[in-house]
Every structure is written in structure tokens, then in C-alpha cells.
Design a binder for this molecule. Sequence first.
Ligand SMILES: NC(=O)c1ccc[n+]([C@@H]2O[C@H](COP(=O)([O-])OP(=O)(O)OC[C@H]3O[C@@H](n4cnc5c(N)ncnc54)[C@H](O)[C@@H]3O)[C@@H](O)[C@H]2O)c1
Length: 386
Amino acid sequence: MIVGIIGSGAMGSGIAHVVATAGHQVYLLDKNSKALERASQTIKGGLDKLTAKGKISEARANEIYSQIKLTESHQDFGACELVLEAVVEDLETKQNIFKEVEMIVQEKCILATNTSSLSITSIAAACNKPERFIGIHFFNPAPVMQLVEVIPAVQTRAGLAEDIKQLVQQWGKLPVVAKDTPGFIVNRVARPFYGEAIRILEEGIADVSTIDWAMTELGGFRMGPFTLMDFIGHDVNYRVTETVFASFFYDPRYKPSFTQKRLFEAGYYGRKSGRGFYSYQEGAAQPESNRDEALGKYILNRILAMLINEAADALALNIASKEDLETAMTKGVNYPEGLLAWADDWGLEKVLETLDGLYEEYHEDRYRASVLLRKMVKVNKAFFSA
Ligand SMILES: NC(=O)c1ccc[n+]([C@@H]2O[C@H](COP(=O)([O-])OP(=O)(O)OC[C@H]3O[C@@H](n4cnc5c(N)ncnc54)[C@H](O)[C@@H]3O)[C@@H](O)[C@H]2O)c1
């Protein structure tokens, strides 16, 4: 199979690595020759690391590398069976690209986008043959992260999502299928990990390091929400939050915070700018956390209940299957347990009690419990009953 990849930035170069490793020939296109050079070095560097670790031989690394042809022209895409786009997150740019690409590729060529936050349907709408269009959403870094969300557009032909799932599996990845709704699975369900943590901070219930401690030590998450936001960067994380909020027709559950907006405005992007919620300057003292068990449990339960509520609601609205929701959160953002199984372990009644308690206290719509959760408690059922 010959695969065309458009955009050779962080994602395009990583996807090229994955696809070439799976044995496909790749045309990696960028309008910027410097970006292509960087991509080539990144891919080479990634393969060299694998060789140094003894994971692949030097000959194999060379073989993979030689499968990737760098190009600045769509004209090379004539023989492609799949063209996947990973350029800047801008609807018009993406739509224009596919208009051009469709003039060159064959009828059977599948067209795909790696967009994180745009609707797949809106990009497909620019195509002459939108039935061959689909979302294939990788996570960063693509060679390392196992999860891939496959998102059919409204126009996508029946069966294409299944074909892409199989292809993604051949690439050694774990595909899940998501409905074309804002944030797909991971970027939707994970919102409260950031939003509720910031809310707890804003109310002065605990400071960043105490909240991070509660989530890592008591919750088993790999990184606390503030460490993670600083890692992702507030430029990226704040913009995603804003986009998701607007895309959900301003549902208060996804409301961004002024705390993060101000960090973004100040250019305190996190690790990459040396300052975010924490300081990354050399020798900067890190704040001590207040390891109060009761406070820690309150923080964990509040954030976890909100996360479970998102997962339950995504299930209620058929965004994805139970199994895919669990795979997405454990493999896409490395949660210690799937949220639905976690809810079963905790007890659905307790989850509902926590949410209703918050609703009672705040009278804010953001704390409304999912109808599915309420129904399941009523009939005394678990998400995964034995
Ligand atoms: N970075 C992430 O964590 C991440 C994760 C999943 C999905 N995504 C999505 O993947 C896409 C790419 O993100 P990224 O982080 O790799 O961006 P990036 O800025 O690293 O790379 C984008 C590349 O696209 C090129 N480009 C821009 N316009 C072009 C055009 N018209 N034709 C050809 N090339 C063009 C740029 O020169 C640049 O090299 C976005 O849609 C983003 O939402 C990003």
C-alpha cells in the first residue's frame, strides 16, 4: 500500500514512522522544506534510538527509513491508496488541501484527517466524494502511543470504519471507533481531569501540589492534573478546552477557567516556557503538598466522579462502546483503570451520591449526573456485571 501523509510536523512525522514500519511506502508532504528536513531528522533519530536499544537492527532501521519519500508536491499522490492529513488545526486549510488532493488521487483512495478538534463531517463536506473520508486520530508521540481513534463522518460509507480499524491493527495500534462529536472519546472524557482540578484550586480547597499528590498517590494516575497541563502546554490545553466548550454549544460542564486563560495570556505555557502552574527555572523550589488523607480523598473522589460521569454520558449518547471507552482512557491517557470499571469498583451509588452532593451544594449544571448513571443505580446494575 502507498500512503500519502500531508504535514510533517510532530504528528505527520510520527505517523510516517508508524506507517513505514508497517511496511507501506510513504510520501510525506509539507509545504515547508525546513519542516521536511526536521521530520527526516526526527524519524531517523527515532529509528536510531530503537537500534541503540537493540529493538531493531540497523538494516531494518534503514529499510524503514528508505520507505519514506519526502515531497513538497501533491503530484506524487497519484498511486496512493490512503492520504492522511496532519497539518495545522484550521478548517479552511484542511478543506482546501482535500480539494486539491481529490484532483490527483484515484477513485479508490481513502482520505483521512488527524484533526483533534474539528468535525470530521465539516472537512468531508469539502470533498467531491465524502463517502471515502474518515478521521484517524493518533496520539502524540504516534510511534509510542497505542491508541488510535477512528471517526466516521456523517457522509462516510458503511464499512469504511471497520476497514480502517483492521488497517490500524496491522500497524500495530489499538483502534477504537468514536462518533463524530467534539473531542471524540479521550479529549471529551478527560476534560474534568483538568477542569475540576482547576475548580478545586480556584475555590482554595487545596493547592496544585496537593491536588497532584491526591491524584497520583491516592488515585494512581501517572501525572497529576497540574503537572500534566504544564507538560501539554497551556497554549494547547487551553485552546482545546475553549474549542470543546464552544463545540458543545457552551454546555457548562466544559466551561474553561480564567485561571488557565490568564496563564495562557501571560505566556506561562508550562514546561516549555519555564513556568506554568509550577516553575521550571533551575533551582526553583517546588511547593510542598498537604498530605492530609481526608482532603486527598475528597479531591480524588470529586475529580473521579466527574470523569466517570463523562464516560457514562458518552456511553449514554452512543459516542463509543463500553469496551472502546475503557481502551481509550487506559491507552490514550494511561488512566490506571477504565472509568466504567472503576465506577463499578467504587460502587455506582457512591459515584451518584458524590455528583448529587456537588449539585446540591453548587446548583450548577456542570454537576448534573448522567441519566444513565441514575438509571443504573435505580435498577442496581453495574457497567460490567459478572
Ligand atoms: N500535537 C498533538 O499532540 C496532536 C495530537 C493529535 C492530533 N493532532 C492534530 O494533528 C494535526 C497536526 O498537528 P501537529 O502537532 O503535528 O502540528 P505541527 O505544527 O507540528 O505540524 C504541522 C505541519 O503542517 C505543515 N503545513 C501547514 N499547512 C500546510 C499545507 N497547506 N500543506 C502542507 N503542509 C502544511 C506545517 O509546515 C507543519 O510542518 C492537527 O490537526 C492537530 O490538531 C495533534
